[in-house]
Design a protein around this ligand. Structure first.
Ligand code: ATP
Length: 236
């Protein structure tokens, strides 16, 4: 079986800083795979490389059997990859509704877009109540929901989630992870970047540990939860 996403020997530099070194990672269709690691390990850079927001220095990325290492960012979205960025980089001066429309910028099927907006409102009732509210005035949890809903508006097969729990209260974190489980059950393939390794591994099928730009440990999520090295460094 070919993987939906396959990263081979990927290295990324920022000027003189080597952010990623020789990364090999795969995601099979239907899986939730998590990438865990400390601050600055290179998790966000990995997602940005997949979305083609940073260029690789070496290596290749293929999606659905096709090389996307040189694709444009909008082509990557059109092919079915969407990213919900860390820090919920919302256009704060736009309404919830306009943000959702923006998420569909690669599509032109107006009826389909309208139906999908309604579907997101069903999935996230808090957003429905706030559809005309400016994104900047939403709570942190609501902004995170909007970031995920906006990413889903491109109808991705592969959803890249960057730190969905960052800065949120425990109750809201649980809500967000319940949504991740629902998306998994609905067949969306997910690559989840998280600092909350415990929660991430509980929600994932497989995991990878990134340390200072290199992948050091990988395996089924259950195994990683019981791995002494993972426990010591990430599960506290
Ligand atoms: P965090 O959880 O803090 O976001 P991370 O694991 O996602 O951490 P990255 O953001 O991918 O880590 O950063 C990896 C390394 O690359 C870090 O050393 C960081 O300082 C560096 N880096 C990231 N973005 C840039 C940039 N635009 N220019 C220069 N260096 C960068």
């Amino acid at each position: 079986m070919t993987a939906l996403l396959e990263i081979k020997n990927l290295s990324v530099n920022y000027g003189g800083i080597q952010a990623l070194q020789d990364i090999n990672l795969t995601v099979q269709a239907g899986e939730v795979v998590t990438l865990i690691g400390a601050n600055g390990a290179g998790k966000t850079t990995t997602l940005r490389a997949i979305s083609r927001l940073v260029p690789p220095r070496a290596g290749a990325i293929s999606y659905d059997g096709r090389d996307i290492s040189r694709a444009r960012p909008d082509e990557v979205v059109r092919l079915g990859i969407a990213q919900s960025p860390e820090g919920r980089r919302m256009l704060g001066r736009q309404s919830v509704l306009d943000n959702l429309k923006l998420g569909a910028y690669t599509r032109s099927d107006r009826a389909g877009i309208a139906a999908d907006i309604e579907q997101q409102f069903k999935r996230f009732p808090r957003l429905a109540e706030r559809r005309n509210q400016l994104a900047a005035t939403l709570s942190g949890g609501e902004q995170q929901m909007l970031a995920i809903a906006r990413a889903l508006m491109s109808r991705p097969r592969l959803l890249l989630l960057d730190e969905p729990s960052l800065g949120l209260a425990p109750l809201v974190v649980r809500e967000i992870f319940a949504i991740i489980s629902e998306l998994h059950a609905a067949g969306v393939t997910i690559l989840l970047v998280e600092q909350n390794a415990n929660l991430a591994l509980q929600s994932a099928d497989r995991g990878y540990v990134l340390e200072a730009g290199r992948l050091t440990i990988e395996g089924p999520a259950q195994e990683l939860l019981n791995d002494e090295r993972v426990k010591r460094a990430y599960l506290g």
